[in-house]
Design a protein around this ligand. Structure first.
Ligand code: LER
Ligand code: MN
Length: 283
């Protein structure tokens, strides 16, 4: 198991400017960080990978389709192709970065709605897009972890059961699900039962407090959740994901209207030991 911290609290594009935060995250005991891949050159991710090597930090990566022009389930074939091209670019960047996982809602544009639930055509389009890039991900040694999000951020996948069905439809070992406790708290009738039922598809994990603050200072049943992860034999990443107000665009997208912690680094200083100790105590 590796404990990571999601860098979206500091930046949508991580560079050498973030060395101080990266060092503090390392000092807090994290094994690694989750790097957003939203823009930039493949070479820049290779450079960032070298910097993380120097700092002794492992890494995973995250993504989102943020514009309607890039949408794997669009009626417009150009927009679907743009999503496939974006996924190929993401895989190249993650490979250059040295990240074994890309996670995020890679099955639709975030925040785009049709007014209905997913149609059979849309589900097939999402599956087709992921299926078409899965061999490339396999060659690059990258796992694609699709993240179900709550109903206010997306409509294609809201629950782990939705995610398991799409995973089965895609049918490739390099494609599975990211389980995020914040979204599960909103959407699952029984988050822990869902992990037990669909554990075979879980490839990545976001420890996200029910209010997006510091895990352990919230009402998620962390001990029960980790016991369920042990029960399914999960031994991958536990990435702490919190959101703050430092980046106005992201704060607006994640609907963060108040401070959930005094200092962003407290998320690492308090969250990392909490995740590790709770994990070890529940083994
Ligand atoms: C990203 O991991 C996430 O959980 C999303 O809700 C961000 O919008
Ligand atoms: Mn998440």
């Amino acid at each position: 198991m590796n404990v990571g911290v999601n860098m979206l609290l500091w930046a949508t594009r991580v560079t050498r400017e973030h060395v101080a935060a990266l060092q503090a995250i390392k000092a807090a005991g994290a094994d690694g960080v989750e790097i957003p891949i939203m823009e930039g050159e493949v070479a820049a991710y290779r450079e960032l990978g070298k910097l993380l090597d120097e700092l002794g930090l492992k890494r995973t990566s995250s993504m989102a389709f943020v514009t309607p022009e890039v949408n794997p389930v669009s009626d417009d074939p150009k927009r679907r192709q743009a999503a496939v091209d974006n996924l190929k670019w993401l895989i190249e960047c993650a490979h250059a970065l040295g990240a074994p996982v890309i996670c995020g809602p890679m099955y639709q544009t975030i925040g785009a709605f049709t007014g209905n639930g997913p149609t059979e055509t849309e589900l097939e389009r999402a599956a087709e897009a992921l299926r078409s890039v899965a061999p490339l991900a396999c060659q690059a040694g990258v796992t694609l972890a699709m993240e179900p999000l709550n109903r206010f951020e997306c409509y294609m996948l809201n629950t782990l059961s939705d995610g398991a069905a799409l995973t089965d439809r895609i049918g490739h070992p390099n494609v599975g699900i990211l389980f995020d406790t914040f979204h599960a708290n909103i959407e699952e009738k029984d988050p822990i039962g869902a992990i037990r039922r669909h554990g075979r598809v879980i490839k990545h994990f976001h420890c996200s407090a029910n209010d997006r603050g510091i895990p352990g200072q919230d009402h998620v049943d962390w001990a029960g959740t980790f016991r369920a992860l042990h029960g399914i034999g999960y031994d991958g990443w536990l990435v702490i994901e919190a959101f703050g107000r430092a980046l106005p665009g992201l704060a607006a997208a994640t609907k963060i209207w108040r401070d959930l912690f005094a200092d962003a680094l407290d998320v690492a200083r308090v969250g990392v030991p909490f995740a590790r100790e709770t994990w070890e105590r529940t083994l």
